[in-house]
Design a binder for this molecule. Sequence first.
Ligand code: WTA
Length: 636
Amino acid sequence: MKEEKPIVQNTSDFYHPSPEIIAQANVKDPEAARLEAAKDIQAYWAKRAEELDWYKKWDTVLDDSNKPFYKWFTGGKTNIVLNALDRHVKTWKRNKLALIWEGEKGEVRTFSYHALNREVCKFANVLKSMGVIKGDLVTIYMPRIPETVIAMLATAKIGAVHSVVYGGFSVEALHGRIEDSGSKVVITADGGNMNGKKIELKKIVDEALQRSGAPEHVVVIKHLGIDVMMEQGRDFWYHELMTLPISKNGVKCETVEMDAEDPLFILYTSGTTGKPKAILHTHGGYSVGVHATLKDVFDLKEEDRWWCTADPGWITGHSYIVYGPLIAGATSVMYEGAPTYPYPDRWWSIIEKYGVTIFYSTPTAIRGLMRFGESWANRHDLSSLRLLGSVGEPINPEAWRWFYKVIGKEKCPIMDTWWQTETGMFMMAPMPAQPLKPGSATKPFPGIDADVVNAEGKSVAPGEEGFLILKNPWPAMMRTIFKDPERYVKTYWSTYPGYYFAGDSARKDKDGYFWVIGRVDDVIKVSGYRLGTAEIESAFITHHSVAEAAVIGLPHEIKGMAIHAYLILKAGNEANEALVEDLRKHISHELGPIAKPEKIEFVTSLPKTRSGKIMRRVLKARAQGMSEGDISTLEE
Ligand code: WTA
């Protein structure tokens, strides 16, 4: 890669939208929208909530009587499915495509809103027949196929709570999440295609369930057609269940009326310490938040074809593959496999083939595809594109410019969206009618008040680095950590009492544009995937040769960050290449290929505080040849 230009911080680097983009923008004057919302945040969100259907409108917009356990739209009755499907199938939209899916092997499946609703109703009845009721937990561990979307919606429809586990995770990661959630049913597939390989998901489920935490039932989708073990009485084929006369009205199913604050899903994500935490989101506020952000930031229009390349197993997929686009009544494209399969033009061919108009992806993917040169993109007609988007990690200006020029042909603004599993919706993002600066997520969404502060909580001067905080609540915010409300308060609301601490560092420039720098905790963003050092370290310890492990993230050209592990071996184990390979395999088997370390080093000691905590900061500094900073707490 060429030498990286420093991140721009002056106004001369503004990219201005064209008059056509401004003319068609849903929000013509983003600055005015921000000012308007700031005047009365509750009135703003009430107005946005009015854009959706409700069984019964709310009594109170924001109940902040028990901070930080904020409640939104209390007294309101809804279900996200009411807005994502039910209201559309009553109109001409029943004939509109909700989903266009392409498998890695090239097969295509499409679902109109009518068809998607029918499948969701049928599967909701299947879940009911298995005894799943309101409030029950359902784990969904799937490849990127339409049934993932169907399973999520069916679960929500009957008031149950889904916990989607990314299909790239493996045995221990899955086991821990199934057990912690106490799921009644696990929905999976025989396997999925990824980069020409078959990933045998059912096999992973079987092994995870052997480690305890057994659900009552496992539903298996036949996707690859490979042989799988089916445990009698526990495991059922999806296609068989879907064709059984389950109830007298098999293709109809009432959507369950939920309180706005009833849980919709939990989603496990990595945090600073210990086990992954289950972030809990609700029906009402989350619906309003994803709806408002997608509509304004990506300017969705009836005729758009929207493609978010994420996986439904991450928050980006929840909010902007499944719920946001469906609430908008949009047509969403979903692709099963790898961007480079069979050649590095797969994504560009999909844009051309389906006439995608808005394309939302990640810096890692852009950097990865940049490597192959422009010609792969140039052999496709990408003229359908109108807007581009980026998420997951800071986008370096070089990748931004390549995306802008080679993919967007200098006519598509790039919406760099900063947000988190916890925030549920975009927190910071431009809107199409707003000038951009490559590498900046620009400004907070209307109704969001963000700041950059020092350790004492004081705002820092423009251009200075500090901690990113959010100063007021928003509808799609997490409500708690499932089963661990204390950790919710401690992690997010105690560093700067009264304010939400995001765990990121950032700068704000003199134009009020924010530049997110990266995590300040033990979260590592590998290729945009969020992983925790603690979970990886625990997985190392389960290998027979490892006595102690420390894991850090170091900058990587393509992946953004890469995992480096420092291990102390148990006596009698020889540090050699074969062991390194075995350890990499072990991590891949326990957590998943995304957690495979880039580098493993065997050491005889680790830098620790006197109380025995590993000082990863010191490891990081040493690895990068930087100053170790304050090491007064370092053990002798
Ligand atoms: C990082 C993903 C810079 C950030 C939606 C955040 C970003 C973490 C951006 C959350 C962006 C996300 N620019 N950094 N546009 N978007 N991040 O929970 O560090 O997987 O805290 O949610 O990703 O990751 P998560």
